[in-house]
Design a protein around this ligand. Sequence first.
Ligand SMILES: *[C@@H]1O[C@H](CO)[C@@H](O)[C@H](O)[C@H]1NC(C)=O
Ligand SMILES: *[C@@H]1O[C@H](CO)[C@@H](O)[C@H](O)[C@H]1NC(C)=O
Ligand SMILES: *[C@@H]1O[C@H](CO)[C@@H](O)[C@H](O)[C@H]1NC(C)=O
Ligand SMILES: *[C@@H]1O[C@H](CO)[C@@H](O)[C@H](O)[C@H]1NC(C)=O
Ligand SMILES: *[C@@H]1O[C@H](CO)[C@@H](O)[C@H](O)[C@H]1NC(C)=O
Ligand SMILES: *[C@@H]1O[C@H](CO)[C@@H](O)[C@H](O)[C@H]1NC(C)=O
Ligand SMILES: *[C@@H]1O[C@H](CO)[C@@H](O)[C@H](O)[C@H]1NC(C)=O
Length: 334
Amino acid sequence: MSTKNASVEARDVSAAPTKRSFGSRAKTHYKRWWWVHLIVIIIVLLVVLLPVVYVAYPKIAQTDVNESTLKITRMDISDPTPDSIHLAQTQVLGSHSTFHPQIFAFSASVSLLGAAAPFASVQVPAVQSKNGAAIDISQTLSLTDTTAFGDYAKAVMLNEEVGLNIYGKPVLQEGALPKTTITYNKTVTMKGLNKLKGFNVTEFSILGTQPDGTNMNGTVLIPNPSVMTIAMGNLTLDLSVAGQPMGQSYLKNLVLKPGNNSVPMTSKVNDAAIFKLLESDTKKYGSGIIPFDITGNSSVYNGQNLPYFTAALAANKLTVELNVGAALGLHSST
Ligand SMILES: *[C@@H]1O[C@H](CO)[C@@H](O)[C@H](O)[C@H]1NC(C)=O
Ligand SMILES: *[C@@H]1O[C@H](CO)[C@@H](O)[C@H](O)[C@H]1NC(C)=O
Ligand SMILES: *[C@@H]1O[C@H](CO)[C@@H](O)[C@H](O)[C@H]1NC(C)=O
Ligand SMILES: *[C@@H]1O[C@H](CO)[C@@H](O)[C@H](O)[C@H]1NC(C)=O
Ligand SMILES: *[C@@H]1O[C@H](CO)[C@@H](O)[C@H](O)[C@H]1NC(C)=O
Ligand SMILES: *[C@@H]1O[C@H](CO)[C@@H](O)[C@H](O)[C@H]1NC(C)=O
Ligand SMILES: *[C@@H]1O[C@H](CO)[C@@H](O)[C@H](O)[C@H]1NC(C)=O
């Protein structure tokens, strides 16, 4: 009897749900199977979120970085040695992204665009990526490839514009999202020295031999259209006329600053040879004006020759016309 009752009871229980409301059925269902739903929800969230966080977000971050720009507004090269320079630089980020991730400090290799090898590594400090963010760098760079740096110096000397490539793999983080590593490969186009176009000797005097052995002094104008300040040390320049050596000029402690540089010059000129030139070729130099070719001979800083500046100077032939006749009093200049 008791077993029958039990079975009836059991039947009642099992039959009951079909009669119960949908709400209460669902309640029972969820009470029992909540963990399955939770797992399904988690899986769905992960399936949706993981690609967003781990695929879309790094891609968006990389695209933003690709689309950002970099402008170097100041570049100050000082304390050069044959295998190092001190670099103080300000660069400004340009970005139209709505994301403003933190970019952590990273090591970037710097090279002339298209060069086979970088010339140095720069430690770029952390920066919040947003339009107009300025990054200041001040560090001594050891030149990992002095030939590559020589090529860069030469390109700066000879060109109106120079491409500087900055390459690194910084870690980036947007808000609470995970960190992601991106590739930073940016080429900055900078103004170069453009062959020192406009170089001139604005005044000069031929003197008797001075205690230091020089016999001419004057002022040279060196235009620098770039944003670069370059400490070049003590420069020696070779003077020649029509391929014939005529002496040397010296620029002491030259620090080339942006804009026009008016710097004192001294020279050791072969005045006998110049006299001879003026007298022997009156057709060519009858007016007393002689075109001097000027090329770099050496750049010495703290007693050390700097091959990269020396080569850059040597690669650039300058010509100035000097009224030597007037300076020697051979022709009346007034
Ligand atoms: C970013 O630019 C590099 C080339 O510099 C390219 O290979 C890469 O596909 C670009 N990535 C995105 C996400 O646009
Ligand atoms: C950086 O990008 C330039 C072209 O945009 C490419 O020529 C160069 O190989 C890239 N550098 C590296 C290290 O991938
Ligand atoms: C160089 O300077 C002298 C003296 O100031 C000036 O007479 C001459 O025109 C200048 N030459 C050039 C090419 O600017
Ligand atoms: C050149 O030297 C003379 C004599 O020492 C001096 O009077 C003159 O100011 C100097 N000129 C320049 C441009 O330095
Ligand atoms: C530099 O000097 C040249 C010639 O004297 C002049 O034409 C030019 O405007 C000057 N540039 C600056 C930035 O002062
Ligand atoms: C540099 O000057 C020295 C003399 O001071 C000379 O012997 C040498 O040939 C010059 N070098 C070049 C490349 O002109
Ligand atoms: C340039 O030469 C002078 C000596 O003539 C020296 O006192 C000075 O330190 C040198 N400058 C540099 C930057 O080496």
